[in-house]
Structures are given as structure tokens and as C-alpha cells.
Design a protein around this ligand. Structure first.
Ligand SMILES: [Zn+2]
Length: 173
């Protein structure tokens, strides 16, 4: 057994260090990949932080025909509404009690509804990214004041609690 520089022992140690470095690099690469996937799936707020307050929550009873099926972000008329998550605009227009409504369907089939808008700034078939302005807050439809009513409908089915859905996507309204 040799201990001198360049001897078999030193070579073995070097090889081990190299292996360790490669493993670390691989770990860092996979962590980076994971965080970019998380970033892609991360949701944002429909109205800039500090520019809204939450009024009606999911499941409340009040002026609605049954229970409240969304989460209300109250803000002055004309406040910019941003897409919570990226997807494709699948509906944009007036819809009775919902007023001016935009539906963005995400890649996983989840529909996000934005309601009571003053203006709709996107059209059906358009792709949007999270944070993109898509319209402005208003009070069209069945409302008592200007706000954007957000609904989250997995697979286009029944609505779930948007607050919980947003928290699950790394976003606390
Ligand atoms: Zn509402």
C-alpha cells in the first residue's frame, strides 16, 4: 500500500470525491427541475396583493340562490384582474348572475372562473400565463359592490373552495 501522492490510495480517494461531486450535481439538477415544475404549477393572485380584501367565502349562505360557490376579492371598479394560473381561455362573455365572465381552462382540465368584470381583455382560444392581465374588476351581474368572484372547478365539474385550491398551489390569498 502506498501513501505517497499519486499512489493507489490517493487515486481511490479522488475517485470517491469525484463520484460524490457527480451525485451532488445530479441532486442539484433534479432539485432545480422540481422547483421549475413547481414554479410552472404555482398560482398567483387575481388582484395585486394589498389591492383587495376578501369578502364572501366559499360555502357561505347569503344573497345567493344556494351557497356561495366562489371566493370574492373586493377591489375598486377598473382594478386589473390577473390570471391565477396559465391556461386557455374557453369562455368569455356575459352570463346572467355571473355578469361578464372569463373561464380559463388549465392543462389539467381545471376551470377557473373570473366573474362580474367591467371589461374582458382576452378572447376564446387565447393562451394566458399566470399573472397576465385578463380584464378588470366590476359589478356586472348579481352583486352588491365591485369585486371579482373566483370559482375553481376541477375537470369543469362542481366548484371547490378556491381558497384551499390556491393554498394547495403555494398561494395564500
Ligand atoms: Zn362571489
Amino acid at each position: 500500500m502506498e501513501d505517497a501522492a499519486g499512489g493507489p490510495l490517493e487515486k481511490a480517494v479522488e475517485a470517491q470525491a469525484e463520484q460524490r461531486n457527480a451525485a451532488l450535481a445530479q441532486l442539484a439538477a433534479s432539485a432545480e427541475k422540481r422547483s421549475s415544475v413547481l414554479a410552472e404549477n404555482a398560482w398567483g393572485l387575481p388582484v395585486a396583493a394589498g389591492a383587495y380584501h376578501l369578502t364572501a367565502r366559499f360555502g357561505e349562505y347569503g344573497l345567493w340562490s344556494s351557497y356561495h360557490t366562489g371566493l370574492d376579492f373586493a377591489a375598486p371598479t377598473g382594478t386589473t384582474i390577473m390570471a391565477i394560473a396559465g391556461g386557455t381561455v374557453t369562455s368569455a362573455g356575459y352570463d346572467g348572475a355571473y355578469g361578464n365572465k372569463t373561464v380559463v381552462t388549465l392543462d389539467d382540465g381545471t376551470e377557473i372562473w373570473y366573474c362580474h368584470q367591467t371589461t374582458i381583455n382576452v378572447s376564446v382560444g387565447q393562451s394566458v400565463v399566470s399573472g397576465q392581465p385578463i380584464g378588470t374588476v366590476g359589478s356586472t351581474g348579481h352583486v352588491t359592490g365591485p369585486h371579482v368572484h373566483i370559482e375553481v372547478r376541477p375537470g369543469g365539474g362542481d366548484p371547490v373552495d378556491p381558497y384551499a385550491a390556491m393554498v394547495a398551489h403555494g398561494d395564500t390569498p
